[in-house]
Design a protein around this ligand. Structure first.
Ligand SMILES: [Zn+2]
Length: 126
């Protein structure tokens, strides 16, 4: 996976059939940073931009637009209460911003800036 802008990383399926772009979601980042044993992978959402099932993409890694909406529907294990919690993040990404819809189970609604990728760890020469 390569970083192509402050907002996006790209990846290709091992068989070369599909390209993906991955962004960091501010709604999921905030939500999962607030729960015990936060799940950092949960803030990353990927869309297929080339190949079967591709989303529409405006080709601008600085101000991406994807269509249609990005829907993440999953569940996670709540260790403290020993139960599965249903989780939904549903948004439109337009011009580098993200618009959270009413069915999100996290607290963000409406328009927000996309989250930047955290810096990669320094590689130390030995
Ligand atoms: Zn999200």
């Amino acid at each position: 996976m390569a970083q192509i802008s402050r907002l996006l990383r790209n990846a290709r399926d091992s068989d070369g059939s599909r390209d993906h772009l991955t962004f960091c979601c501010p709604g999921c980042r905030k939500y999962f940073s607030n729960i015990e044993h936060g799940l950092p992978m949960m803030e990353r959402h990927s869309v297929i931009v080339r190949g079967p099932g591709a989303w529409g993409y405006n080709g601008d890694p600085e101000k991406p637009t994807f269509s249609p909406s990005v829907l993440l529907r999953t569940q996670y294990w709540d260790e403290a209460n020993e139960r599965w919690i249903p989780y939904v993040c549903h948004s439109f990404v337009e011009n580098g911003r993200i618009n959270f819809l009413e069915d999100c189970t996290h607290e963000l609604r409406g328009w927000h800036e996309l989250a930047e990728w955290p810096p990669r760890p320094e590689i130390t020469e030995i």
